[in-house]
Design a protein around this ligand. Structure first.
Ligand code: GLA
Length: 332
């Protein structure tokens, strides 16, 4: 029997956070850390993991992914229940993505499981299926950015993604920069204010229409001051994503760095998703020679910060490169 390998990268977002679930713009890239599943066909879904004590064993029909144990099996079960595969797998999971470190280890697992279970379809369909799986497994209404970046990565490129139109425009990462991710604190979005933010943006959209099309003037008219601040972040962050992509294209690295800092400040002051430890990490990075800019990245409330730097500027952290998206291959 041939052993096959489903391989899915992690991701880091350079700019554009808390915009995806409003149909906004984001700018992530798939990074050179991977979750791999070596697998063979089987009757059930049976996975062991190098990083987890307990194996996962599931039938091909799972009614409630949230009831599955061990806990990591819920992500697997979410995919099984969405995909409804006709054949299972017997496999082993390894990863070089720091688990719970803010580089989308759980999303990479979902995408790898979907591919191992024979998912056939477009990058967009793979991202949508695994987003639904994540939402079901975690109960958190997360957006599509992470799975879309993992499925649709392009080597050497960051991804200008429109989460409304579900399109990806690859933008080359300049060769003379480094992107460094620093882990700040473990976190989970389960039980965090993430769902509140999604609800606040929905409230804003009920008042002024889709945030993607809203102007700052319209946002200024929102009655509730908290909803107004959230909407202002989203509208301005969408513009920063476009400006950042333009800055990378014209190799204006100083401007790109300033936009990252402005994004961080907005997530801190308007969106309330940063923490004092993340603020301190960003300040320390920005005070280091050769750093163009830094910001929190991803959902916030802990997780990681990301910096754009001249080569060799930072000695601590994970230097990452942009890689291609997830795929299945035969074992070499
Ligand atoms: C998490 C979610 C994404 C996105 C980011 C914030 O990573 O999974 O969908 O909302 O937070 O940009």
């Amino acid at each position: 029997m041939t052993t096959r390998i489903a391989r899915a990268p992690g991701r880091v977002n350079l700019i554009g956070d808390h915009t995806d679930y409003t149909g906004g713009l984001v700018f992530p890239m798939a990074v050179d850390r991977w979750t791999e599943i070596r697998f063979e066909p089987a009757d059930r879904v049976e996975l062991t993991s190098a990083d987890e004590a307990e194996p996962v064993s599931l039938p091909l029909h799972v009614a409630d992914p949230t009831a599955v144990n061990p806990h990591w099996g819920r992500y697997v079960a979410g995919v099984v229940s969405e995909l409804q595969p006709t054949t299972g797998i017997h496999g082993h999971v390894t990863t070089t993505i720091p688990i719970g470190g803010g580089m989308s280890s759980s999303h990479a697992l979902e995408v790898a499981v979907a591919l191992a279970l024979g998912f056939e379809g477009s990058v967009v369909e793979l991202a949508q299926l695994t987003q639904r799986a994540e939402n079901r497994a975690s109960g958190v209404p997360t957006g599509i950015m992470d799975q879309f970046a993992i499925a649709g990565g392009v080597a050497g490129h960051a991804l200008l993604m429109d989460c409304g139109a579900l399109t990806i425009e690859p933008v080359p990462v300049p060769e003379d920069v480094e992107i460094v991710v620093r882990f700040v604190a473990h976190r989970t979005l389960v039980g965090s204010a993430y769902a509140d933010r999604v609800a606040e943006c929905a409230a804003a959209a009920r008042e002024i229409g889709p945030l993607r099309a809203a102007t700052v003037a319209a946002v200024d008219g929102i009655a509730d001051p908290v909803v107004r601040r959230r909407a202002r972040h989203v509208v301005e962050e969408n513009q920063r994503v476009l400006d950042f992509a333009a800055a990378l294209r014209s190799h204006d690295l100083a401007a790109a760095g300033r936009l990252m800092v402005a994004s961080h400040e907005s997530l801190r002051d308007l969106y309330d998703t940063s923490t004092p430890v993340m603020d301190a990490a960003v300040a320390e990075l920005c005070a280091t020679a050769g750093v163009y800019g830094a910001r929190m990245t991803g959902g916030g409330f802990g997780g990681c910060v990301v910096a754009l730097t001249a080569p060799g500027a930072l000695h601590h952290g994970w230097g990452v490169r942009a890689v291609d998206g997830a795929r299945v291959t035969d074992e070499a």
